[in-house]
Design a protein around this ligand. Structure first.
Ligand code: ADQ
Length: 743
């Protein structure tokens, strides 16, 4: 097959320290090496399908021989689909940037292993220099559009790229945990690292806890505008959106490999080779890395065999550990693991049986699935872990559904994977007992738990993860590149959009007609806006659309002849006459009970306001201290988890909304109003909040949307409630103009 010199380029750029393919000299030949690890294979799949460029450090001994003058080579070597652009780093730069700052400062810091943090000044200067090289390599690319950085090696590159090319869309995924502030403040460059990362438009973490931790650190360290509920940080005039995207695996590929005939044969061979016939099998698969908790796992196994002598000879644990970062402290860690394996085997082993089989070797995935499939217990004992893909690989490969997953609650995967037996790896007693429980579990329970795990891993696989991030990345440049046009600058264009047609006006209340105040009970309609509404009412149909309850809303505005839409669209009235009220009686009892529990859970958090609006409810936290937000979210979520069948949670400006499932949102209400007003009238919606986005989206192609403050879903933008007043004045037309006339 002919190899295209320049694979098709989508403009997507992936940047990571590690490259997907390395070329190594082997005598006269050049070998292609594909490094182990979840990140590289996942991203390789992305670029194979989209085309584009991968920028990475060229560390292979034959890497320079294989590239063109620009450092580029087409990959995969056997079927080129995208370009790999290699960055060259001298040995001492690698030593100080990679082995130094990345692996001896950021890695242990983010895994809260503070006593392992070792810092030298030269680490930081090398880290900055290496990041500069990666940034320059991106800036060299003529076709770059969206850039996706990976991980903790590249904290500074995003801000460097943004400075030179503010037009590019930048995202970064942080594969490891983000620690809380009490740990992060130990970072000698706490501020610089955060500033570098805030060069991104989108910053992804594995789980919401890491998003919260990151926001906390920014709040403590930088003068930045922080929005917890929308997960946005504005720093230096640029806004970064933060999201949790739990990474996953190609579940179908693992299942297929596990089902293959060769796997069945390999399982039989392995059983014979290791004397596993008639014995239960435990399995661990890890990089030989201190954060994976191998010592804690071996201690738990030691205790298990000590306490339950009946397991001796009946249960064998296999540890597959691929050596990683062959330097200190890894060499000492490896020695400690090997010594402990030896001790357990000496204490409990017998001539015909070895309790722990230890393999310090890389096993290809197509062989690894045989171990995953035949294991009765898969053990993941991370001290702290971003996600842990082994847990997911084990579940996907368990095609007979006999195995039980024992999973550290410190791994991001524990947030997601329901069906695993969770352990605290520091609690050796509890850990040992959990392994025993797994070994004794009845087949029906094993099957049920494994089915649940497989469902989750199957539904949330790597393709979905990639799709989610790419979708958000391409729409990530939110506020400063906003498509909404400031009305003040584009005066003509609103009139052009209306095009002389009669208008039906819909206005949100809080933050649109009435300025946001700390206590929502104090939100008043300004006299100027009241006068304008009275005039507009004569010229066009006007609806006030709000999340507030209907009575509350009518009481605050008190103008006859307007339409009132309350509870986000669940109730619509014309004056006193109810036009539509969705039946929420069934959910009402549950709502009362739920709110009582929410109030109880939030006791002791000063400033929180729980508002019962009848059909829906709101929890306002505008007056809550930032440091109380995390417990607030945690307790709120804890209560609402039990009601997830009945209620759905949406968030607005410093407010969490509890809404019965199936109730209308503002989008549905707006479409209902538009239909009522007829095709000839152009619906015009003005709103400021996340819940208004439903209305903006509903009106796409059918009407006109105006956002108070930037929002990519709206057609136009106005500044603050003053901007709304100006807009209402324009809609009234010149003073004394004829009622009913088009503005
Ligand atoms: P890692 O710390 O590398 O990644 P992990 O998620 O456990 O951790 O992935 C390890 C990968 O290496 C798996 O695909 C596994 O199959 C493979 N592997 C492990 N031992 C092996 C062996 N002996 N032979 C062959 N392959 C082996 C970082 C974060 C994680 C996060 C990933 C992805 O630390 O928390 O899940 O990135 O974001």
């Amino acid at each position: 097959m002919e190899t295209p010199a320049h694979p098709p380029d989508s403009g997507l750029v992936v940047v990571s320290n590690r490259q997907p393919y390395a070329h190594r000299r082997d005598g006269n030949a050049v070998r292609v090496e594909v490094p182990a690890g979840g990140l590289t294979s996942a991203m390789d799949q992305v670029l194979r399908s989209t085309g584009g460029t991968w920028v990475a450090w060229g560390h292979g001994s034959a890497d320079r021989e294989m590239v063109d003058a620009g450092g580029c080579v087409a990959v995969p070597p056997d079927q080129p689909r995208y370009t790999l652009k290699r960055v060259w780093l001298e040995e001492d730069l690698v030593e100080n940037y990679y082995h130094g700052y990345a692996n001896q400062v950021l890695w242990p810091l983010c895994h809260t292993a503070l006593d392992r943090v070792y810092y030298r000044k030269r680490f930081w200067s090398a880290y900055a220099a290496a990041n500069r090289r990666f940034a320059d390599a991106v800036l060299d690319l003529s076709r770059a559009g969206a850039v996706w950085f990976h991980d903790y090696h590249l904290c500074l590159a995003p801000a460097m790229v943004r400075k030179a090319r503010p037009d590019l869309r930048l995202a970064q995924f942080w594969h490891i945990p983000w620690p809380d502030w009490s740990v992060y403040r130990a970072c000698p460059q706490a501020r610089e690292v955060l500033e570098g990362l805030l060069g991104n438009d989108l910053l992804g973490f594995q789980v919401p806890l890491f998003v919260h931790n990151f926001i906390d650190c920014v709040r403590e360290c930088l003068q930045a505008k922080v929005d917890y509920i929308r997960s946005r940080i504005t720093f230096g005039g640029h806004t970064t959106r933060l999201e949790a995207y739990p990474i996953s695996i190609d579940a179908a590929a693992f299942r297929r490999m596990a089902e293959a005939e060769r796997t069945v044969k390999l399982m039989a061979r392995l059983r014979r080779r290791w004397g596993l016939e008639g014995r239960q099998i435990g399995l661990g698969v890890d990089r030989l890395e201190y954060t994976k908790g191998l010592l804690k796992r071996l201690q738990a196994l030691d205790l298990l065999f000590e306490r339950y002598a009946s397991l001796r000879g009946r249960f064998t644990y296999i540890q597959i550990a691929v050596p990683t970062r062959l330097k200190e402290p890894y060499l000492s860690y490896r020695a400690a693991v090997e010594a402990l394996v030896e001790r357990v085997n000496r204490r409990h082993g017998r001539p015909d049986w070895t309790p722990v089989i230890f393999m310090d070797t890389k096993v290809e995935h197509r062989d690894l699935v045989a171990y995953y499939r035949m294991a009765d217990v898969g053990i993941v004992s991370s001290m702290y872990d971003g996600m842990n893909l082994v847990a997911k690989e084990f579940a996907a490969s368990q095609v007979d559904r006999r195995g039980v997953l024992v999973l550290s609650e410190m791994a991001g995967a524990a947030d997601e994977l329901e069906g695993a037996l969770l352990v605290n790896p520091y609690d050796t007693e509890g850990f040992a007992e959990t392994i025993r429980r797994a070994l004794r579990m009845e087949p029906a329970e094993r099957r049920e738990r494994m089915e649940s795990l497989q469902r989750q891993v199957g539904e949330h696989d790597i393709h979905r993860w990639i799709g989610d991030i790419l979708t958000d990345l391409t729409g990530a440049a939110l506020p400063d590149a906003g498509r909404g046009l400031p009305l003040s600058k584009e005066r003509g264009s609103l009139e052009a959009a209306i095009g002389g047609r009669p208008v039906g006006l819909m206005l949100d209340y809080d933050g649109t007609l009435s300025p946001i105040v700390r206590d929502p009970a104090q939100a008043r309609l300004p006299a100027g806006n009241r006068a304008l509404l009275l005039r507009l009412r004569e010229r066009m149909p006007v609806a006030i659309v709000s999340g507030r309850g209907l009575d509350d809303l009518r009481g605050r505005i008190g103008i006859d002849g307007l339409l009132y839409v309350g509870n986000h669209g669940a109730e619509i009235a014309e004056g006193d006459r109810i036009l539509l009220r969705q039946d929420h009686a069934a959910a009402r009892a549950a709502m009362e009970e739920c709110l009582e529990r929410v109030r109880e859970a939030l006791l002791g958090i000063p400033g929180v306001i729980v508002e019962d609006k009848g059909g829906t409810a709101s929890v306002h936290y505008r007056m809550v201290r930032p440091r109380d937000l995390e417990p607030l979210f945690a307790r709120f979520t804890h209560v609402l988890e039990e009601y997830e069948e009945i209620f759905r949670i949406t968030s607005g400006k410093k407010v969490l909304e509890i809404r019965p499932k199936g109730l209308w949102d503002k989008g549905r209400a707006v479409l209902w109003l538009a239909r009522r007003w007829g095709r000839d009238r152009v619906p015009l919606y003005v709103g400021d909040d996340v819940t208004d986005v439903d209305a903006f989206r509903a009106l796409k192609g059918r009407g006109i949307s105006v956002s108070v403050g930037p929002c990519p879903d709206a057609d136009f933008t106005v500044e603050g409630t003053a901007g709304v007043t100006a807009l209402l004045r324009r809609l009234c037309g010149p003073a004394g103009s004829r009622p009913g006339a088009t503005p």
